[in-house]
Design a protein around this ligand. Structure first.
Ligand SMILES: [Zn+2]
Length: 551
């Protein structure tokens, strides 16, 4: 892969001349990632033999040991002291709700049916859990956003109480694009955020008022998503979680608010001067849980930096998929070839490229293959709660989830465009490949919050999630549009997400891997720490962390 004249060039350059390397091809430029090893890894990871790579199955065993042996063969160091694995303890919680939630105070006791009016569950692995006569407080959107000067919890001690909060953020549907980000969803609009903030405030319970438009889905989805078995992290020192999390219908919310004398609750919550309101009501509801524990694994390797080994570039890709299910046309295996064997393979080839470089990067480079993305970003969330490398020494995350199987692409689509200076790095590398950069075409859906880079963003590490997804170099936009439609209709999270060597054109995967390799290598040879942009919801966390760094 390396050109001989380049080696001579470097020798001359470093011994006899100053600043001549502008005229000599660098080692990085001479490296071309080819499709041979991509095909080899894909044929293994997406094979029926790997059984859809589901956590806790033989598919996991095969996958993580394949990754380990490949990383060893490349000569990369284990990323977790002397191990290539980070254990990720998980717990499956199957909750049974009490039949009703009762609310007392201000006159008649009120009774609400679970499932019909309210859905509750818990992420705490306890057999019996609930709220008992817990004071109900309306906390607006349940948001504390320093960059918008917004605090829905201001001035009230919420410990032991149960907060009722609205879905999405104040900007959504306000017609005001300067209020938060208007109709573009911020992280403050996600239900995960509402739960996390209520927990940070020490609430006993948190109930989100469901409304179909700002939630993006009907009540039926709340019912089906939040009842039955759910996988969670089983952290030894879990962050505090509310005892009860859940949703109530708009109808139930209106009943509660009117019992407290509140009329236009949404106008109230949109006001910047909003203060939390005690409703003068007390709620009681419980969950009985069946609990099962098991252990999954992140796989992690690293290349130590030559000059600043305690600064890290962290690449990530999830190795897991959905396993084996009911057969469709005789096929019961969810091979997850695109999602995410392609990204896992992309990361393996990037790791191998780094390992082969003669000139080692100045900063350390980490290759992290995370588990249980499909179960709710659990492997990366565990890493974020138990980081192997200090977050404020971690320069950036580059996440890979699904690389294009349709040949070389003209675009580089950045999901979460505008969040951080990582955009500039991506654009510089895209330019070198003659590609243009575009933002994710549908930012209202909040895709930036739906793959593993988001776990890194949450602990402040600037994260990039980008791939070619819009225009084929040879066959244009419509070709990709058709392929994407077909993928979403019959392959995405279905048995037909297979690797078909005759149909896949691996040059797109190689092209993206090359771009992301160069991007990481550039960061690994700089001293700069890329920043979140003004207005990003992740900036405050990063700024606080970076101010604690030893210089
Ligand atoms: Zn995925």
């Amino acid at each position: 892969m390396m050109k001989k004249n380049w080696i001579i060039g470097l020798a001359l350059c470093s011994f006899f001349f100053v600043g001549c390397n502008t005229t000599v091809e660098t080692e990085e430029e001479s490296i071309v990632i080819d499709t041979l090893s991509i095909d080899r890894h894909l044929s293994v990871l997406a094979s029926d033999d790997f059984m859809g790579r589901k956590p806790f199955t033989e598919g996991e065993e095969k996958t993580i040991h394949y990754l380990e042996s490949e990383l060893k063969r490349m000569g990369l160091k284990p990323g977790n002291v002397d191990s290539y694995f980070q254990e990720v303890p998980m717990v499956e919680i199957t909750g049974e709700q009490s039949e009703v939630m009762t609310v007392t105070g201000n006159g008649q006791p009120m009774t609400f049916n679970t499932n019909e009016d309210v859905v509750v569950y818990t992420e705490r692995a306890e057999e019996e859990i609930g709220i008992k006569e817990s004071e109900l407080v309306f906390a607006g959107y349940g948001i504390v956003a320093p960059e918008y000067g917004w605090n829905d919890y201001e001035g009230l001690d919420i410990k032991g109480k149960t907060v009722i909060v609205l879905v999405n953020d104040p900007g959504f549907g306000s017609g005001d694009s300067t209020l938060f980000k208007g109709d573009q969803m911020t992280y403050y609009g996600r239900w995960t955020y509402k739960y996390e903030e209520a927990a940070r405030q020490g609430a006993a319970g948190v109930l989100i008022v469901h409304e179909t438009v700002p939630a993006g889905y009907p009540w039926l989805v709340v019912q089906s998503s939040w009842t039955g078995a759910k996988l969670n992290l089983d952290d030894a020192n879990p962050p505090y979680k509310c005892a009860i999390q859940g949703w109530i219908t708009r109808k139930m919310a209106v009943q509660l608010f009117s019992a407290a004398g509140i009329k236009d609750y949404s106008a109230m919550a949109r006001s910047k001067d909003f203060k939390p309101v005690a409703l003068g009501l007390k709620g009681t509801v419980a969950v009985t849980n069946a609990i099962k524990r098991d252990m999954s694994h992140n796989v992690v390797a690293m290349l130590e930096g030559s000059k600043r080994p305690d600064e890290y570039i962290i690449y990530s890709a999830h190795w897991d998929h959905l396993g084996v299910g009911e057969p469709v046309d005789g096929d019961s295996i969810y091979n997850g070839a695109h999602d995410n064997a392609s990204g896992t393979v992309g990361l393996l080839t990037i790791a191998e490229t780094f390992a082969k470089m003669k000139q080692k990067p100045e900063r350390s480079v980490v290759f992290l293959f995370v588990t249980a993305e499909e179960q709710g970003l659990l492997g990366s969330a565990y890493y974020a709660q138990n980081p192997l490398f200090p977050p404020n020494q971690s320069v950036a995350n580059i996440n890979i989830d699904g690389l294009p199987a349709y040949g070389e692409m003209k675009d580089l689509t950045i999901t979460g465009y505008g969040q951080s200076e990582m955009d500039k790095y991506a654009k510089a590398e895209a330019d070198k490949q003659g590609r243009y950069v575009i933002p994710d075409p549908d930012p209202g859906k909040g895709y930036f919050f739906r793959s593993d880079h988001f776990s890194f963003a949450k602990i402040g590490i600037p994260a990039l999630f980008a791939s070619g997804s819009f225009e084929s170099k040879e066959k244009g936009e419509e070709f990709i549009e058709e392929k994407t439609k077909e993928y979403l209709a019959i392959r995405y999270h279905q048995q037909a997400d297979n690797y078909i060597p005759e149909e896949w054109d691996l040059k797109g995967i190689a092209q993206d891997a090359q771009l992301l390799f160069r991007l990481g290598n550039r960061l690994a040879n700089e001293t700069y720490f890329p920043k979140w942009n003004e207005g990003s919801e992740f900036k405050a966390k990063r700024d606080a962390d970076m101010s604690l760094r030893k210089q």
